[in-house]
Design a protein around this ligand. Structure first.
Ligand SMILES: Cc1ncc(COP(=O)(O)O)c(C=O)c1O
Length: 502
């Protein structure tokens, strides 16, 4: 079927308040659902779609991603993009029009990105430098089994419902562990959550109303951007330079009276930056003067390669304003879904009420096992091991980048965490590079994903956590080849407005 004919009468409205990718996706959705474009029709490649509508290829890719999310199309490796088989309609042609029943939703192209990042490790031979996940080969399975056996006299009472706030013996052990790191948290000031993503969601849900201002570092963690956008927050960006721009922060505080500041002070995702002790102290002093709540997201601080990072903002908090998010996802394994919030008791109480609407309590077994791991002091030895291993990987990736990508890319040094934040010199957008990269068997995250305002970015985030040094070297060698072959003419401009897209 010649789909270009079908597209010929589709017009986009560049003045409309609806992003172009969404307009394209909606037009195609209508044509597919009313049968004008039948099942198994091969759709034009992204480049052709982009040319047809006069949009960037990135926009075309986003439109296809959204249609994939809607279950209407799928990509067959090496063959192209096809319209899916229509779902069989139920009883004599009647079916529920789900799309029309859903309440209006904030759609972020980042949503599909985060989901594909999480799914990425299953994607066979690809050397994924995209998702920031620990390597399964480093999961402390044996340590876990040991902790499980320590629990061989399970008390049935521990397997029923437990308080939403968390399993008390776990919180006691956690409180002790946190105190060693300078965080003075009692069990009453801790809430167990099913991963720090849930903690962030709860904190935003309880504090943010639509149109409230929130400050974030820019770039920042894409999961946070999604939660804030879906809460209707107006996001003020604090551009990252060498240090927190406290002058700009204060300006924001005075002009906009923001509800909170979300920050990752240690081994920031994606930049890897570590705020110095002095910056932290100054930030706390400023935030204290303005009574500004801070959400400190801290998944990476135990994964340091040289010096131990400075104390957390929570440890320095002298005005009771820091809501601290911690997790075992990066240092143990993400499938545990075990994290915590440390905050003043009134905050914990309110967050627990909110949590019980979506999750009566986090999983008992994870808490029981972690209680033993903490009580038996299993973690230090494991942390020592992973620090040494991830340091080797960071070094291997940095070496390979210097060897294969010199002159094509610069990167920030990272003294911990999982990522190298790189700037590409080539005249090629990171999304286009990603397209070529996945065809060549590697992946990474284009920098646009970490910005809220859709600003063009020539950055990419490379994660070194998931592969051994040899695989990382192979992956970077492929990246080097792609960059060397990249065009020298000026890059096609990225969309100036709209949201970050891949
Ligand atoms: C900065 C940051 N916060 C939160 C999370 C979510 O972690 P969890 O698995 O604990 O939900 C991640 C995971 O990538 C992260 O990088």
């Amino acid at each position: 079927m010649d789909t270009s004919k079908l597209f010929s009468n589709l017009k986009l409205d560049s003045m409309a308040n609806i992003p172009m990718y969404l307009q394209i996706a909606n037009c195609l959705t209508a044509k597919i659902t009313d049968g004008q474009i039948p099942s198994n029709t091969k759709l034009p490649p992204e480049r052709q779609l982009a040319e047809h509508f006069g949009v960037s290829r990135t926009t075309a890719i986003s439109a296809y991603r959204l249609l994939e999310e809607r279950g209407l199309i799928s990509t067959r490796m090496g063959s192209g993009t096809y319209v899916n088989q229509a779902e069989p309609s139920h009883s004599a042609g009647l079916s529920v029009p789900w799309e029309q029943l859903f309440i209006p939703q904030h759609y972020s192209p980042l949503a599909s990105l985060l989901r594909s990042l999480i799914a990425a490790p299953a994607a066979g031979e690809v050397i994924s430098m995209a998702a920031g996940l620990p390597d399964p080969a480093l999961y402390p399975v044996e340590l876990f089994e040991r902790a499980l056996h320590k629990n061989n006299r399970l008390d049935p009472a521990d397997l029923g419902h437990i308080p939403t706030e968390g399993y008390l013996p776990f919180k006691q052990a956690l409180s002790h562990w946190l105190q060693q790191g300078g965080i003075d948290a009692t069990p009453e000031t801790l809430l167990t959550v099913s991963g720090s993503q849930q903690g962030l969601y709860l904190a935003v849900k309880t504090l943010i109303e639509p149109r409230d201002y929130v400050i974030v570092e820019s770039p920042t963690y894409l999961g946070a951007i999604q939660i804030l956008e879906s809460a209707g927050a107006r996001i003020l960006c604090l551009p990252q330079s060498g240090s927190y721009d406290l002058g700009l922060l204060e300006d924001y505080l005075i002009r906009y009276r923001p509800k909170l500041f979300y920050t990752i002070p240690t081994f920031q995702n994606p930049s890897g930056r570590v705020a110095s002790l002095r910056e932290r102290q100054e930030l706390i002093a400023l935030a204290g003067r303005h009574r500004l709540p801070i959400i400190e997201d801290d998944p990476y601080s135990p994964i340091y390669f040289e010096q131990q990072p400075p104390p957390s903002l929570k440890a320095l908090d002298n005005y009771g304003g820091v809501i601290y998010l911690g997790t075992f996802s990066k240092i143990l394994f993400p499938g545990l879904r075990l994290g915590w919030i440390a905050a003043p008791q009134a905050v914990i109480h309110r967050l627990a009420l909110e949590k019980q609407y979506i999750d009566l309590h986090s999983n008992n077994m994870s808490q029981l096992i972690l209680q033993k791991c903490l009580e038996e002091d299993y973690l230090p030895q494991h942390l020592k091991r992973i620090r040494a291993e991830y340091k080797k990987r960071r070094d291997a990736m940095a070496r390979a980048l210097n060897q294969y990508c010199r002159g094509q890319l610069t990167f920030e040094p990272a003294s911990g965490g999982f990522y190298l934040w790189c700037k590409i010199q080539a005249a090629l957008s990171p999304s286009e590079l990603l397209h070529q990269a996945t065809a060549a068997g590697i992946s990474f995250v284009p920098g646009e994903a970490f910005y809220t305002n859709g600003s063009a970015s020539q950055e990419i985030r490379l994660s070194f956590s998931a592969h051994d040094p040899r695989r990382l070297q192979q992956g970077i060698a492929i990246l080097g080849k792609l960059l060397t072959a990249a065009p020298v003419h000026p890059a096609r401009p990225l969309p100036a407005a709209g949201r970050p897209i891949i």
